[in-house]
Design a protein around this ligand. Sequence first.
Ligand code: PLP
Length: 434
Amino acid sequence: MTPDTDRNLQLFQRAQKVIPGGVNSPVRAFKAVGGTPRFVSRAQGAHFWDANGQRYIDYIGSWGPMILGHGHPAVVEAVQKAALDGFSFGAPTEREVELAEEILGLVPSMDMVRLVSSGTEAGMSAIRLARGATGRSKILKFEGCYHGHADALLVKAGSGLATFGNPTSAGVPAEVVQHTLVLEYNNIPQLEEAFALHGPELACLMIEPIAGNMNFVRASVPFMQRCRELCTQHGALFVFDEVMTGFRVGLGSAQGVYAKSIPGFAPDITVLGKVIGGGMPLAAFGGKRAVMEMLAPLGPVYQAGTLSGNPVATACGLVTLREIRKPGFYEALGAKTQKLMTGLKGAADKAGVPFSVDSEGGMFGFFLFDTLPQNYAKVMTTDNKRFNTLFHGMLERGVYFAPALYEAGFVSAAHTDADLAETIEMAEVVFKLL
Ligand SMILES: *Cc1c(COP(=O)(O)O)cnc(C)c1O
């Protein structure tokens, strides 16, 4: 491919003139791995095609939403039908009620849910709700967990537990993050110390239960249990950001995974996105009735949205949820993901490359380490050069993994044995180059 014939390159150059960095969300620009982003022209099943007509096996799936694969016939039909009935009304619809009922039927920790349009919006609203419901200002989050780009959450750890965070983005005043405390993931002593110092002032603790924005790092069961206990003890709300893990790691989401090890386990507020929209802009947050009734128009916590509960998006989400709750769906999905992980690990072993893998349902992570990392600092010690060789080696061979070492990967129901075998075959070639 020469610059004259590379349509991806031509589109990227054109895009950079009119869109900052040529992209509408930073990770798409391939800045971490270098090279030219692939401009997608269409997708079907587990594959997409770029502007040059090259086909890729897609392990991103729009960063999680496409759990059924692209162009699932039942979803496409529902979206087409909904579009014919109107795009947006700014008035309630039956489908919103149906989707709310469907979500609540699957997430027992939630009595009520509010629909919004993005995970960022849902996370931001959940924090406002937690603050409104508790009458407290301070919030606690963990390094490496991403909860969308609301100002108060774009923050890294300060110099100690007594000091609150520092902004990670220009444009976020220090005053805006002065109530956000950032701790190390999976660090129980630090968590206990933070609650000892700030417990009575904490509105909530927000966590990605299986963090997918530092590749794939699970909160350990003892850590999760301690988070729950300390929140209860200090009257802080426990907010589960399941935008990525919700209906991705299992039908019971990540909270269902932890409830298997911790009897009676449940968060107070759950934030959902990605899968619940099936690829359309849709997200949600919900929890116990008493907390949710604090929201406008019933209560004093304001929250609104012109496109919230959009009729086309809810049609897409509803059919997606009805497909994934069919018997055996997650067993099959989990088996595919594990097959891929076992294959990649085998390929790495054959080439003598240190490698570790983990997965839950249709979400996975792999690391160029012998053992799985437990926190962000460790993930970020990954050898960038090696990761980039792996990424580009696979990309050239038609396999699209996340273009950054701190992102998770996703398998869909549409991935076939042939897709997995092809991926593993390519990995055997590429690991030898590392
Ligand atoms: C993707 C993601 C978000 C943000 O959702 P958007 O729809 O991109 O705003 C928030 N939290 C987690 C855990 C996510 O993975």
